[in-house]
Design a binder for this molecule. Structure first.
Ligand SMILES: NC(=O)C1=CN([C@@H]2O[C@H](COP(=O)(O)OP(=O)(O)OC[C@H]3O[C@@H](n4cnc5c(N)ncnc54)[C@H](OP(=O)(O)O)[C@@H]3O)[C@@H](O)[C@H]2O)[C@@H](O)CC1
Ligand SMILES: [K+]
Length: 498
């Protein structure tokens, strides 16, 4: 499991650790680790450290100090290092060390004219490696000049590897938010512990690969702010059938999905539930989706609603999945009320969420509830513009979890699972090719089966996101996928989890 922390947590741990160590120890540890990793990058890119070209961008705080000390170490190994100073108050000892090791300082960025641009651009374009020590966890708000101009220049001109020190400058280390410009790194070398903003888009995208340098902070950290599951975490939670299992013990999933317009949603949601290993799937819906589910999934038990047949006729289930393609009219609302009155865990998706935006009491349930909105649905639920949600995914997922008292799985470029009292989970599997119609229906079915098998909402949502993302990767292999491909990939994905 990867764990990540907010800036105030890092600061508290840093404080506790620093009080036990001679001054400068932590920066030495950080800069040493940074220099080693940069050395590897240079060896890979330029074949060797000796004679390679390095540009160090240094801001006015300790982030710049780390970069200057690391630059000094690489200069001592024969790298040709030039520093660009973005502040009049750069770390004095770091700068002295760099100069003593043979590093040079480029013309004054702060002179107020534009004479610095051409030499800095040439140096950045020719560099095997650019080290971004402009701003780390001390950054607040959008980057100011000249930091933002330097970052834009690196983003457009860098010819070699770009390494961010601790955090890419311009990315909020706690949230991953980017106001204005931020540095696009190929590698981020972070100190002590991962920062939450490195795991969540847009920050995660700017960070590139993340390497952690241990500086002894871990014993001083409290519970993580954000976690990401790995294969072993999912394997430990997934229920595998044993000799004692029968279909009822494995879990019975009720699926209420589809409508005369959207029959495919029902087929995909039922497929997701079956392929996730449900003991039994009971499908309830209108005639058209019923016909389609019957053809595609003879394994499902079917209840056709209407003509005096209601949700109650479905009988006992261990969980409900409700919403994909079910419609948002008054009939659908009535069905949603009946389903969500059941005393079993429920996963509410798609049209079910549109209905809940209309009638929030639908989500006020005694039994546990997972909601699986995409950004547009979340915008409707919370009544905020979708751009705000895209920019601040952690904040809005947590807000919805708190406001509605449910577990939230917010889909998108980074899928996030939020529940009060638990660290927010960030899903690291997936592919942009998953952004296509119907994939959410499969996810809903998958999550519903894990709920029926007895996983908590948090675990079910987190495992479903992980498995779904892996299925997307297997199905796409770098090419477009269709939602049905996920169903074909799921057996391989489950087998690989073991
Ligand atoms: N945690 C640890 O255990 C360890 C931490 N270490 C390192 O310390 C780093 C934190 O150092 P830090 O506290 O000095 O802050 P830092 O990130 O350099 O930023 C402050 C500078 O940025 C500037 N600035 C801010 N916002 C800005 C904006 N929007 N636009 C432009 N400028 C902006 C701000 O300017 P000012 O507001 O003062 O004008 C100031 O000059 C941390 O990330 C890690 O690298 C390691 O050495 C050892 C172990
Ligand atoms: K940085």
């Amino acid at each position: 499991m990867r764990t990540a922390f907010a800036v105030d947590q890092i600061r508290a741990a840093e404080h506790a650790l620093m009080s036990r160590l001679p001054e400068g120890t932590l920066m030495t540890r950080a800069a040493t680790g940074l220099a080693v990793l940069c050395g590897h990058e240079l060896a890979r890119a330029a074949g060797r450290v000796y004679g390679s070209r390095l540009v160090v961008l240094a801001g006015g705080g300790d982030n710049g100090g780390d970069a200057l000390f690391a630059g000094a170490r690489l200069a001592a190994r024969g790298a040709r290092v030039v520093a660009v100073l973005a502040s009049a108050r750069v770390h004095a000892a770091g700068l002295a060390a760099l100069k003593a090791a043979g590093g040079r300082v480029l013309p004054d960025v702060l002179a107020g004219d534009e004479t610095w641009i051409a030499p800095v651009r040439d140096a950045v374009a020719a560099a095997d490696l650019v080290l971004d020590g402009l701003v780390g966890i001390g950054g607040t708000g959008a980057l100011r000049e000249p930091y933002s101009a330097l970052v834009s220049l690196v983003n457009t001109e860098a010819g070699g590897q770009v390494v961010a020190v601790d955090v890419p400058s311009g990315v909020d280390a706690s949230t991953g938010q980017v106001e204005g410009v931020a540095l696009r790194a190929g590698l981020t070398v972070t100190f002590g512990a991962e920062k939450s903003g490195l795991l969540v888009d847009p920050g995660a995208e700017y960070a590139g690969r993340v390497e952690l340098v241990d500086i002894g902070l871990v014993p001083y950290l409290d519970d993580p702010d954000v976690v990401a599951f790995g294969r072993a975490d999912v394997a430990a939670l997934l229920p595998l059938p044993d000799r004692e299992s029968d279909k009822y013990r494995r879990g019975v999933v009720g699926v209420m999905a589809g409508s005369h317009r959207y029959t495919g949603a029902a087929v995909l949601a039922v497929g997701g539930a079956l392929r996730a290993g449900a003991g039994l799937v009971k499908f309830a819906g209108q005639r058209e989706p019923v016909d389609q589910v019957r053809v595609h999934w003879p394994e499902a038990l079917i209840t056709e609603l209407g003509g005096g047949v209601s949700v109650h006729d479905v009988g006992r289930v261990n969980s409900w999945v409700i919403g994909p393609g079910m419609g948002v009219g008054d009939d659908s609302l009535e069905i949603a009320r009946e389903v969500l009155a059941a005393d079993v865990p429920a996963l509410v998706d798609a049209d079910g969420l549109t209905l809940a935006a209309r009638e929030p009491s639908l989500l006020r349930r005694e039994a546990p509830t997972v909601i699986t909105p995409h950004v547009g649905e979340m915008a409707r639920l919370l009544g905020v513009p979708r751009e705000h949600i895209e920019a601040a995914r952690l904040e809005h997922a947590r807000l919805a979890a708190e406001r509605f008292g449910v577990t939230v799985l917010l889909k998108g470029s980074t899928t996030v699972v939020a529940e009060e009292g638990r660290p927010t989970l960030v899903n690291t599997t997936g592919t942009p090719f998953l952004a296509t119609g119907g994939t959410g229906d499969v996810l809903a079915g998958l999550g519903g089966t894990l709920l029926a098998a007895g996983l908590s909402c948090y675990d079910a949502a987190s495992c479903a996101a992980y498995l779904h993302g892996l299925a997307g990767r297997v199905a796409s292999a770098g090419a477009p996928l269709v939602a049905g491909d996920l169903l074909t990939s799921l057996p391989e994905v489950f087998a690989s989890i073991g």
